[in-house]
Design a binder for this molecule. Structure first.
Ligand SMILES: Cc1cc2nc3c(=O)[nH]c(=O)nc-3n(C[C@H](O)[C@H](O)[C@H](O)COP(=O)(O)O)c2cc1C
Length: 216
């Protein structure tokens, strides 16, 4: 079996991690690089990754993830944030910095305005509310999250996606621990627990291809 297929086979939603085993800085970097290099709509990279290693903080987070043991037993817990709609207006520093990266003359304010406006025109046509823009942004973060889990599996590291968390309470914890962080500008797309399994996984349950594919 090729290495990528082996990684897909290896990955499962790990429910209990070995608390004594830590992910090395090189492996953690490889996981984060997989997130960073992910594709995103318009290349907006609307994500930010908060990496939690602190045991006390992981304990607090477990409480607001419905007491799921993965959250405190994992080596590293990554909170995948999405940028909210207010970061994609013509005046927003984030949108302006993204479009500026692609310009030959990075001081050309007219070119920056035009590039921002072209993106905003798309938003206006395709997304009719801030909620729709938030959703669009959050979807990109799922792509980065998936790539991070696959990269981890490639390196023999287990993971569990954690969608079961209390959004408001997690935002409060982040506001308390990260200077200048605001829940006005970021939402939480998904959390990812990474570490090393204690138990062997059950066999994957999946539909056969013929049930989920249509070939035209
Ligand atoms: C968006 C998302 C949210 C999830 N949330 C949780 C969660 O909160 N807790 C958990 O144990 N597993 C969670 N999972 C893992 C799924 O339950 C798991 O992937 C699915 O049951 C298939 O099992 P497998 O990944 O082991 O093949 C989540 C998966 C996804 C994609």
């Amino acid at each position: 079996m090729d290495k990528l297929s082996q990684a897909f086979n290896f990955r499962h939603a790990c429910k209990q991690f070995d608390e004594k085993k830590k992910i090395t800085p090189d492996d953690l970097n490889a996981i984060l690089e997989a997130g960073r290099s992910s594709p995103s709509s318009f290349g907006m990279e609307p994500w930010h990754f908060v990496v939690v290693d602190n045991p006390e903080l992981k304990k607090q987070l477990r409480a607001i993830c419905y007491d799921q043991p993965q959250v405190s037993s994992c080596s590293h817990f990554i909170i995948v944030l999405y940028r909210k709609a207010n970061q994609f207006t013509g005046q927003s520093n984030y949108l302006r910095s993204v479009v500026t990266r692609g310009l030959a003359n990075k001081d050309d304010q007219t070119a920056i305005d035009i590039a921002c406006q072209s993106f905003i025109n798309y938003c206006t046509q395709e997304m009719d509310s801030d909620i729709a823009i938030d959703h669009w942004s959050e979807m990109q973060c799922y792509i980065a999250s998936t790539n991070m889990m696959t990269a981890a599996a490639y390196h023999g590291i287990d993971s569990c996606a954690i969608g079961g968390f209390q959004q408001d309470r997690m935002i409060q914890i982040l506001e308390k621990n990260i200077p200048q962080f605001s829940g006005q500008s970021f939402g939480i797309a998904l959390c990812l627990a990474f570490g090393y399994r204690v138990n062997q996984p059950k066999e994957h349950i999946r539909w056969p291809l013929k049930k989920i594919c249509t070939f035209l």
